[in-house]
Design a protein around this ligand. Structure first.
Ligand code: GLU
Length: 436
C-alpha cells in the first residue's frame, strides 16, 4: 500500500513543482555571498545587511493558457520585489525554460544594486515565465503574456513596479503588457512597462541601449588602461539583442569582432567578422551556425579564444571553475546577468584578468528604461542623440565611480560595484528607518 501511494504521488507531481534548478540556486547563493563580501568591505551594520539579504515580496502564479492545438496548458510565472528603499520596483520579465524562483530572486537583487550604481531612483525586481518561446507560436506567447499580466495586476503598475524586457522577451511582449494593463485600467497607461516600440511610448535607443552601454563601459575600461577600443579585439558569446548591439556599436568604434556565437554555435574569423553582413544574415531569421564567412566553432570554445575583451552576453554561469583557468581574454565585460560564478571570479582575479561586472556593464538597458518612463510620464519625447548622449555620460560617470571605489577599498571591480550599490541602498534605508 505505501508503495502504491508513492507511485500515485509521483505520477500526480507537476513538473513546475520541481522548481529548484541547480543553476538558479547557485546564482542565488553567489548573490547572497557577494552581498556579504560588500557588507564587510563597507563595514555595514548587521541589521542593514539582513534587510538587504531578504526579498520584500514574492509572487508565484500558475495560470492556464489555450494552446494552438485547442488544449489548455498551465504555465508558472514569478515576480519578485527585492528591496524598495530607493523607489518603485523595476526589472525585466524573462521567458526561458530554466526560470526558477531562485534565479528570479538573484536577478531581482542584482537589479537593486544596478539601479543604485547608475543612480536611477528604482528598486530591484525581476520576473519570468517558465516556457520555451522558440516552441510557442506568436498567438500562444500573446496568450501567456496577457494572462500573466492579468495575474500580476495586484503587484505591478506605473508607480509601483515597472516591467521591462529580459531574455526571451522584447518590444512585442511589452506592447501586449501595456495593452492588457491599459484595458483593465480603462485608460492607456504606457508607463507601466518600458522597452516598448517607439510608436507606442517607447524610447528611441532603448532596444540598442544594453549593448551600447556595454561597449561604452568596454571603452572606458580600455581607456583607463591606456588602450583604445579601435585597436582592440572582441569575442561576444550570445547573439540576441544584447550581443548583436555590442558587436554593432563596438565595430562602429573600430573594434575587431573576432567571434560571436548563439545557441546554435559560433563563427570565428581571425581578421575580424564583417559585422554588418552578419547582422543582415541574422535579420533574415537565420542563426549564427548558418553563417559561412568564417570558421565554425562551439559555444564553449568561443569563451576560450585569445582576445582583448570577452563579452559573455548569453546565459548565467557560463564561466565556472571548470573553464576559468583556460580563458585567454585579457578582460571580461559581463553582458549577461551572472555569467561568472564566484569560483571563476577568484581564478580570473588570480590570473590577472580584469572582470567588469554585470551590474555596471549591462546597466545601460535599465538606464534608458528609466529615460523611457520619464518620457512617458512627462509626455515629452527625447531625440535619439539626447538619449545616447545622456546614456554615454551616465555610463562613464558610473564606471569612474566604481573604479574609484575599487582603488579606495583596494578591491576588484565587482566588489567595488557591489559596495557602491549596497552602500547607496543602505543609506536610503538608514534615512527612512524601519516602519512602524
Ligand atoms: N532586463 C534588463 C536588465 O536586466 C533591463 C531591465 C529594465 O529595463 O528595467 O537590466
Amino acid at each position: 500500500m505505501p508503495q502504491q501511494v508513492k507511485e500515485r504521488r509521483a505520477a500526480a507531481a507537476r513538473p513546475q513543482d520541481q522548481e529548484e534548478t541547480a543553476e538558479g540556486r547557485a546564482m542565488f547563493d553567489d548573490a547572497q555571498m557577494r552581498l556579504h563580501t560588500a557588507a564587510e568591505v563597507i563595514d555595514l551594520e548587521p541589521w542593514l545587511e539582513s534587510v538587504l539579504a531578504a526579498m520584500q515580496m514574492e509572487f508565484i502564479t500558475d495560470f492556464p493558457v489555450r494552446m494552438d492545438n485547442g488544449g489548455i496548458q498551465i504555465f508558472r510565472g514569478y515576480r519578485v520585489h527585492h528591496n524598495g528603499a530607493r523607489g518603485p520596483f523595476k526589472g525585466g520579465i524573462r521567458y526561458h525554460p530554466s526560470v526558477s524562483i531562485w534565479e528570479v530572486r538573484a536577478l531581482a537583487m542584482l537589479m537593486t544594486w544596478k539601479c543604485a550604481i547608475i543612480d536611477v531612483p528604482y528598486a530591484g525586481a525581476k520576473g519570468g515565465v517558465v516556457c520555451d518561446p522558440s516552441r510557442l507560436s506568436a498567438r500562444e506567447l500573446e496568450g501567456i503574456t496577457r494572462r500573466f499580466t492579468t495575474e500580476l495586476t495586484p503587484v505591478f503598475g506605473p508607480n509601483t513596479d515597472i516591467l521591462a524586457p529580459d531574455m526571451g522577451t522584447g518590444p512585442r511582449e511589452m506592447a501586449w503588457i501595456a495593452d492588457t494593463y491599459s484595458m483593465h485600467q480603462g485608460v492607456t497607461t504606457l508607463s507601466c512597462v518600458t522597452g516598448k516600440y517607439p510608436e507606442l511610448g517607447g524610447s528611441l535607443g532603448r532596444k540598442e541601449a544594453t549593448g551600447r552601454g556595454i561597449t561604452i563601459i568596454t571603452d572606458a575600461a580600455l581607456t583607463e588602461r591606456g588602450e583604445h577600443i579601435s585597436k582592440s579585439s572582441l569575442v561576444v558569446q550570445g547573439f540576441g539583442n544584447v550581443g548583436q548591439n555590442v558587436a554593432a556599436t563596438a565595430s562602429h568604434m573600430g573594434a575587431k569582432i573576432l567571434a560571436v556565437s548563439d545557441v546554435t554555435g559560433g563563427v570565428y574569423n581571425e581578421n575580424g567578422l564583417d559585422v554588418e553582413h552578419l547582422l543582415k544574415h541574422m535579420e533574415s531569421g537565420k542563426m549564427v551556425a548558418d553563417y559561412r564567412e568564417g570558421q565554425s566553432l562551439g559555444n564553449d570554445e568561443i569563451l576560450l579564444l585569445p582576445c582583448d575583451v570577452l563579452v559573455p552576453a548569453a546565459l548565467e554561469n557560463q564561466i565556472t571553475e571548470k573553464n576559468a583557468g583556460q580563458v585567454q581574454a585579457r578582460m571580461i565585460v559581463e553582458g549577461a546577468n551572472g555569467p561568472l560564478t564566484a569560483e571563476a571570479d577568484i581564478i580570473l582575479q588570480q590570473r590577472g584578468i580584469r572582470v567588469v561586472p554585470d551590474i555596471l556593464a549591462n546597466a545601460g538597458g535599465v538606464l534608458v528604461s528609466y529615460f523611457e518612463w520619464v518620457q512617458d510620464i512627462s509626455q515629452l519625447f527625447w531625440t535619439l542623440d539626447q538619449v545616447n548622449d545622456t546614456l554615454d555620460k551616465k555610463m562613464r560617470l558610473s564606471y569612474e565611480m566604481v573604479s574609484q571605489a575599487a582603488r579606495d577599498y583596494g578591491v576588484d571591480m565587482r566588489t567595488a560595484a557591489l559596495a557602491v550599490g549596497v552602500g547607496k541602498n543602505a543609506d536610503a534605508l538608514r534615512i527612512r528607518g524601519i516602519y512602524p
